[in-house]
Each structure stands twice: as C-alpha cells, then as structure tokens.
Design a protein around this ligand. Structure first.
Ligand code: GYE
Length: 325
C-alpha cells in the first residue's frame, strides 16, 4: 500500500465502501497488505464455504480483506472492482460470475498497476495479461469424471440404453460450460447414452427443484434414467421433487452431482445420490500464498488447480472426514 493510501485510509475507505457495500478490514485484522475480494454471491453451501476459506486464509496471513458480495450481479462485481482500484488495494481477487464482459474494468486495474487473481471461475478474454493468475478447479476434468462414472455405472448394471437429463449451472459461467463439455466428451460415441435435455438451474437449490419438476412433467419418471446436475444445491432440490413424486433417486434414477457438500455426501451414503465429483471451495490458502509471493516480487504460476477426487456408490465412504461445508 502506498503512503498516500495509508494516510487517506479512513476517509477514502468509508466513501468507497458506502458505494460498493464492501466490508472494510477491521482494526487489528489486517496489516499493510490489503486484498480486495469480490465474491459473486452466496447461492450455495459451496459458495459460503469459499467465502469462509478466503476470510480464514487472509486472516492467517495477516492481510486486510475488503470483501464485497455481489449477490449474483455482474454489475455489482464491476463496481466493487472499481472501488478496490480507487482504494489502491495491493491485489484484487474476484470470482467472475460469467466469463464475458470484464475487459474494461480489468484494463483499468492493469493501468493502476494492481495485479488481479481470478478465483474459482475463469474469464473469456483475448488478452490474458489482464489477469495475473487463476486459482480454481479444472472443470473440464470434473465433467469428464462425471461421464466416466456414468460409463462405469452403465457397465455395472448392464444398461443397454439410458436417457440423460442435464441440470446445468449458470449459463456463460466456466463451471457450467466446462462441466458440460467434459461430460459430453466422455460419453460421446457411446450409443448407450442419449442426452434428452439440458436446462439451467443457475446453481440454485430452488431452481434445481423447478428444473426437476419441469423434467418430470415433460418426460415422466420413466423417460429419464440419469440426472447429471452441475452442483449439489440443485441436486438436493431435485431429490425433494423426485421423492415427493414417488421416485427413488439413486435406485430408480441415477443421480450424478458436483461439489461434495456435507448434505449431498450424506445423501450419497444413504443411497439417494450415486456419484459426486468433488469441487473444493478451499481456495483461500492458494490465493493468499500467491498474494504473498506477489507482494515479495516473486513470480507466480498462471494457473493453480486444487486436488479433487470423486465419491461414488462403488466406494466405501465410512471413513470420509466431515466436509466442513
Ligand atoms: O460448483 C457451485 C457454485 O463456481 C465451482 O459455483 C463454483 C460453483 C459450485 O455455486 O456450487
């Protein structure tokens, strides 16, 4: 942080935060390094766990965290980033709700000399110097793992033909696009699978319910053999609807989900979900380690993927540690 920023700290901070709704680092909470973090919302247990992970890691490193929750609005993320630039934070981190539409604000950050770390989701840009690093999952790989599970399951039950319905995440977001692409790549060319439908549930439990209702209305339970849902929140919503309709998820229908939140893992153990591809929200330590390197002028990797696994009904999950989110 520059001397000017330190002197002007109280006044500028109040003005800016009144505008963007961000929470200022509290007294004694932060040292000299300030990270501005624009979180996209709080749509799922995953997201809440991710925010907690960023807060915990910032604290552990002794950094001040200016946190803004955009409540699912890209415009709010853009104005939070502008506030971070005006405040001259040391590093900006943000989780882009969708992939497109960031070039202008990121050009402003670059002009101001503030490094940007993309957390959790990617952006679509022709100029990859607009961000310094990306920390988040390999979503293509997650999609592939979901498809590979389905192939294994079909082999195990000797299925001849399965109708697959996909409940996708937020359109134009990286996890939505790549979880779909990876899945399709894995199953393509296998004549046993027909993808009958893909509808977006926006990563929300309530919309997962709506999508499931809509799918049941149009195809009936007998017309759907597999649900591939892009996150646990939507899967849990779909479970409620299926069970209310007298369908036994996990038995009458194969359910494949992504994330690994506690409630979904519990459902997997109960046999109501068949597979969960893990996506970890614990990105905070990765991000703050990069912040530390940046502030010391050290080079950092452009891409960091956390390690992730798959939980399935083929596995013994009795010793699985609590998920923490
Ligand atoms: O899977 C979902 C959340 O971007 C990886 O967003 C994240 C996804 C996560 O709402 O639960």
């Amino acid at each position: 942080m520059s001397l000017w920023s330190k002197l002007a700290f109280p006044l500028i901070l109040c003005l800016l935060l009144a505008g963007c709704g961000a929470r200022a680092p509290e007294d004694g909470e932060g040292g000299a390094v300030v990270v501005g973090f624009s979180q996209l919302g709080s749509e799922s247990a995953w997201r809440i766990g991710n925010t907690a992970s960023m807060e915990k890691a910032a604290k552990a490193h002794g950094y001040g965290l200016m946190l803004d929750n955009a409540n699912q609005k890209q415009e709010k993320q853009i104005s939070a980033i502008r506030s971070f630039i005006a405040y001259q934070v040391d590093v900006i981190a943000f989780s882009p709700i969708v992939e497109t539409g960031w070039d202008n604000v990121l050009t402003e950050a670059r002009t101001a000399g503030i490094p940007v770390i993309l957390t959790d989701r990617m952006i679509d840009t022709r100029d990859d110097t607009l961000y310094t690093a990306y920390v988040g999952a390999d979503f293509l790989e997650e999609g592939r793992k979901a498809g590979e599970y389905l192939i294994r399951k079909a082999d195990a039950i000797g299925a001849e033909h399965l109708n697959v319905a996909e409940i996708s995440g937020t359109l134009d977001s990286t996890p939505m696009r790549e979880r779909q692409q990876g899945f399709m790549q894995a199953i393509e060319g296998d004549p046993r699978f027909t993808v009958i439908e893909s509808i977006s549930g926006d990563f929300l439990r309530s919309k997962g319910e709506e999508c499931m209702r809509d799918l049941l209305d149009r195809y009936g339970p007998e017309g759907i053999d597999v649900i591939y849902s892009h996150n646990d929140a939507m899967t849990l919503g779909a479970l409620d609807v299926l069970e209310a309709a007298g369908v036994k998820p996990g038995v009458d229908m194969i359910l494949i989900s992504v994330d690994g939140e506690q409630a979904a893992v519990d459902a997997l153990r109960e046999g109501r979900v068949n597979c969960i591809v893990e996506c970890t929200p614990d990105l905070g330590e990765h991000v703050m380690t990069l912040v530390e390197a940046l502030t010391q002028g050290k080079p950092i990797p452009k891409t960091t993927h956390p390690e992730e696994t798959v939980f399935t009904d083929f596995d013994d999950l009795s010793n699985l540690a609590p998920r923490g989110y």
